[in-house]
Each structure stands twice: as C-alpha cells, then as structure tokens.
Design a protein around this ligand. Structure first.
Ligand code: U87
Length: 278
C-alpha cells in the first residue's frame, strides 16, 4: 500500500533528523551539565546521580542478574552505569552512536584522562559495596580489565551492533541509561528500538533501563536543544511488555526543584528491571 510506504519513509526521516541533531553534541559540556553538583552531589540522599547508582548497585547485588557479557547501550561519555556491573560480569561492552563519546571513553580507559574526574563516583560505588572508598583504585583496574570494547551502535537499526560483536546467543544483560527516549523521535520508534535491543539479548537475560520522565528536550551542548520523547510511567510499562520483556521492578524518582538547572525539563527518572521472555 502506498500509505504504508509513506509512513515508513516519514518515520525513517524522523530517525535521520535525530541522528543529524546529535552531530552537534559536546561531551565535555554534557558532563558538566549533568554529572556535577547538584545532580551529582554525594552528600545528598535526594540527588539524582546517587539515586541512579543505588538502583544499579541493588540490581547487580540481587543475584539473578548474572552471566558473562554485559552491554551498556548508548553509553555516551559516561562510565557510572557499569561501575557496579563490572564486578559481576567477565566482559563489559560499552557502546555509543557518536565517535566523540567513544573517544572520551577510550581516553579514560587508556590513561584515566577525561573531561570529568570519575573518582567520587568510583568511591561512592565502593562504599555501596561495603568497601573502603580507597578501594576505588581496584575498581579502576577492574573496569580496565573487563571493558573489552567501545563499539559504535545505532538503536534504530534491526541489528544495532556490527555482526559478530557479541556471542551468537546474545549478551546476558543489557543496561541502558537515558538513551532510548533521547535518541528516538516518538514512542513508536522507541518501542521498535526495544525490539532491536532484544535481538542483542539472550532469552531470559536482563534489561536494566534508566530513563527520563516528562522530558521534552535537553541540552546536548550549550546551544543545542535535543528533542526527547515525553514518557510517563504507564508508557514505560506498556512499551516494555509490547516489546517482549517481563517487567520485574519499577522505581521512580521525582526531581527536587533545585535539580532543575536549565539543562532540560525532566520531571522524574525511572529505573526498570525487566527480563527478555524465554
Ligand atoms: C548517560 N548513557 O549519561 N543509537 O547516562 C544509539 C544513540 C543514538 C542512536 C543518540 C542522553 C542524555 C540524557 C549516557 C548518555 C545518555 N544520552 C546516544 C540526559 C537528558 C535527563 C538526564 C540526562 C543525563 C547519544 C543525566 C541525568 C538526567 C548519547 C546518548 C544519550 N536529560 N545511541 N541512534 N542517538 N545516541 O550519543 O550519548 O544516546 Cl541525571 Cl536527569
């Protein structure tokens, strides 16, 4: 039907417009906006970054999220999302659409140089694990030992990674933070991206998903407004189940007003733990 073709063509144009938008992304500005106080204030229990780290720590300590291969989807220039998981998995794969972000990650893995000092994050996660903050050196060594690759990815392709990047059965766990809603033009393409990600995951494997609620844009550079799919809790749940995942846990964080610092209009954050249906 001609209508179908046009619809698909329109959807592909919208996805392409998002890809183009990301060409102006500035990793250093992005880290400054989102990964310094008040959003990353380790003295405050209600700061958003400690909340995310606590969700990930809990999920990776419960015992049922395990296996050999962990893939982080849409890593951006950040490492916090694998600081707990690197203790549980023998191989960690970082991925991002942009070369600038992959380079930022490679730099840190090579010699610790980075636009952001990750030490307070590493120390905080060591404390969550009941270790002394000074064990952060061991965590650095662990991360360098288990991160095997930093790969290009596009969640809008049926096979988001280059063929052969993962074992044939797929990864044992996927983690993805703030990527799907920030890289998709609408809810339909976000759901399609969840289906694409499912092809990277073994049946019964876990998806740990963190994302923004009520957000319509964020700054990817000082003057770059990136549009975001506005999501509510119900849409998160229905998108996961319609894409073949079983939701096991959902936690919600509401943003205190002083965390609205002019870099986005997010109102909350969700954390979902789900499994790919067997
Ligand atoms: C992070 N995971 O900071 N395929 O957690 C694959 C793509 C594609 C594509 C673009 C979003 C920023 C969220 C990292 C990076 C996440 N990036 C890549 C931001 C928005 C709420 C909020 C944010 C951050 C692209 C922290 C906090 C809050 C980026 C990544 C999106 N506002 N990946 N087709 N297109 N990407 O290169 O690296 O997605 Cl606390 Cl509240």
């Amino acid at each position: 039907m001609p209508g179908d073709g046009e619809e698909q063509g329109g959807a592909e144009d919208a996805v392409e417009a998002m890809r183009t938008c990301y060409q102006g992304f500035d990793p250093a500005a992005y880290l400054q906006f989102n990964y310094t106080p008040p959003r990353a204030d380790f003295q405050r229990a209600d700061s958003v970054v400690p909340w995310k780290l606590a969700c990930l720590h809990r999920a990776f300590s419960e015992g049922d999220v395990r296996g050999e291969v962990l893939v982080d989807v849409g890593s951006g220039p950040t490492l916090y999302q694998v600081m707990s998981g690197c203790e549980v998995f023998g191989r960690v794969v970082l991925t991002d659409f942009l070369e600038a972000n992959r380079r930022e990650l490679q730099r840190w893995l090579k010699d610790g140089s980075s636009s952001l000092d990750w030490t307070p994050y590493l120390e905080h996660v060591c404390q969550l694990e009941g270790r002394s903050p000074s064990a952060s050196n061991e965590k650095v060594a662990r991360l360098r030992a288990v991160v095997s690759d930093v790969l290009p990815i596009d969640i809008h392709r049926a096979c988001p990674l280059a063929p052969g990047s993962l074992p044939p059965q797929g990864a044992d766990c996927l983690v993805s933070c703030f990527c799907l809603e920030a890289a998709s033009p609408d809810v339909a393409s976000l759901q399609q991206a969840l289906v694409h990600l499912s092809s990277m995951l073994r049946p019964g494997g876990h998806l740990l998903l963190i994302g923004a609620l009520g957000e319509s844009y964020y700054l990817g550079a000082t003057d770059l407004h990136i549009p975001v799919v506005v999501l509510d809790e119900a849409e998160v749940c229905s998108s996961l189940s319609s894409s073949g995942y079983l939701l096991q846990q959902l936690s919600i964080y509401r943003l205190p007003s002083d965390m609205s610092v002019g870099v986005d209009d997010v109102t909350g954050v969700f954390f979902a733990k789900a499994r790919k249906q067997q």
